[in-house]
Design a protein around this ligand. Sequence first.
Ligand SMILES: Nc1ncnc2c1ncn2[C@@H]1O[C@H](COP(=O)(O)OP(=O)(O)OP(=O)(O)O)[C@@H](O)[C@H]1O
Ligand SMILES: [Mg+2]
Length: 516
Amino acid sequence: MMSWVEKHRPKSMEEVVGNNKVKEELKKWIEDYIEGKTTKPVLLVGPPGCGKTTLATALGRDYNFEVIELNASDKRNSDIIKQVVGNASISKSLSGRRTLIILDEVDGISGNYDKGGLREILRIIRIAKNPLILTANDIYKPSLRPLRQACKVIKIGAVHTNSIVPLLRRILLKEGLEVDDKILKTIAKHAGGDVRAAINDLESLALGGDLNREGAKDLHDRDVEKNIFDAIRIILKTTHYDIALSTTYDLKEDIQTIEEWIAENIPREYKKNEDIALAYDYLSKADVFLGRVHKRQNYGLWKYASALMTAGVALAKREKYRGFSSYSRPTVFTKLSKEQGSKALLKKILSKIKSKSHVSTKRAREDLIYLRIICKYNQSVAAEIAEFYKFTIEELEYLTDKKIAKKIYNIIEENIKCKKTEDRENEKRNMESPLSNGFSIDTVENIGSENLEDIKNINRDSKENGDTVVESNMDKSENILCKKNNKLSNKNYKKNNGKTKDKKSNLKQATLETFL
Ligand SMILES: Nc1ncnc2c1ncn2[C@@H]1O[C@H](COP(=O)(O)OP(=O)(O)OP(=O)(O)O)[C@@H](O)[C@H]1O
Ligand SMILES: [Mg+2]
């Protein structure tokens, strides 16, 4: 499946958002070139993802040029440049059209390996008969000075949020989706002028079903992963020692984490068995060095581990794999965090059972077996128990499966609702009845249980007199008294641990009996 950045890459200058001045400058340059007013190539400089490559190709198309593009990960040795750029630069293409040559990411050219490449580019600039556009993120490396001098440098800035939002909206419409502009603004803002990042975020949120306010806000937390995604992409795509080695310099992750990421994604990029085998071979050697670093506390070995796992893996492939590969977070982390997550849940469940039932951890663990069976076979009893222990839905999911946990939780909610309406009705009745008989709620609540019999007697007498109103009111008074006594006894058994324990075990026994 084609990624959204590729699928929605602008075909013409008009579709490229932001940087209007740059667009005008480029148009002027190509027109001047056609008219023979200039022969200088353009060096387009700007941050990643702002549209340098897109602009260069769109310009070529708009002016009906055949476009030849050389990417950063291509081997830029002098032979290849001579072959591809050298030929194209002095001749018309087969179709008879003139050729525009794009040398992408020239700042990747550095070190001894590329010296020949850089020299060759400078030579071609001198003899070229066709327009050349070079692109770079950073041209202030000393080694690129001659290139700066030989070109017309056009600086392109990060794209403004206000220009990114309409682009995101258009892409969504083409994908048959529509969301609030506020969500798109959050995504655009987060991308910090990098259009590619904004489209990638939009795609991952849309495909993950998280295209909402929360999802857009959560992007912030994914920054770290985004950086490592970029580093892994470069390591697996490039065939340059220097480029691969430098990817990890700015990463916050420790070296073991990077190793896991590379290990996970090698087979996602590399397709030939020999390449995969060799890449893992380098990775295993890196692991041996890392082991020694730890065992011997010899940090000097670190650089070998790092070189083997980045440059080693990058050079393990005979040639670069083109096209989009979808990388993933190491599954080992997901497994680990799942395991840690369930361990934490178990700990919480056990501590709830321990504190409510006053039993040891060992006993609480044993009780889990019964709890699991109850959850499976009698959800209404399970609901009572879950309510008693105040289990959350996640804890219930740990004890049983998701479907049953939901069922139990629904019963609990239903019970709570019933209880609330019952309480409200009782309260309403209590507010009315004691007052109509000369009792205030206080007076009724202040009556001790020893007075209950007296009230019952009065009640009985009243009954014999056929006074039904008093009868019902007396029942209410009894209700209130019983509630008060219940409250008191509850307080008492909370104070008395030993007794509580008995009571709880009785309760458990009772629930088990109900279940059986
Ligand atoms: N200004 C823009 N208008 C519309 N789409 C853009 C723009 N900039 C980038 N994009 C989108 O982002 C993708 C990547 O852009 P592009 O490759 O041109 O960035 P770049 O500046 O060359 O980045 P890098 O420095 O990493 O090479 C494009 O395929 C396109 O979908
Ligand atoms: Mg580019």
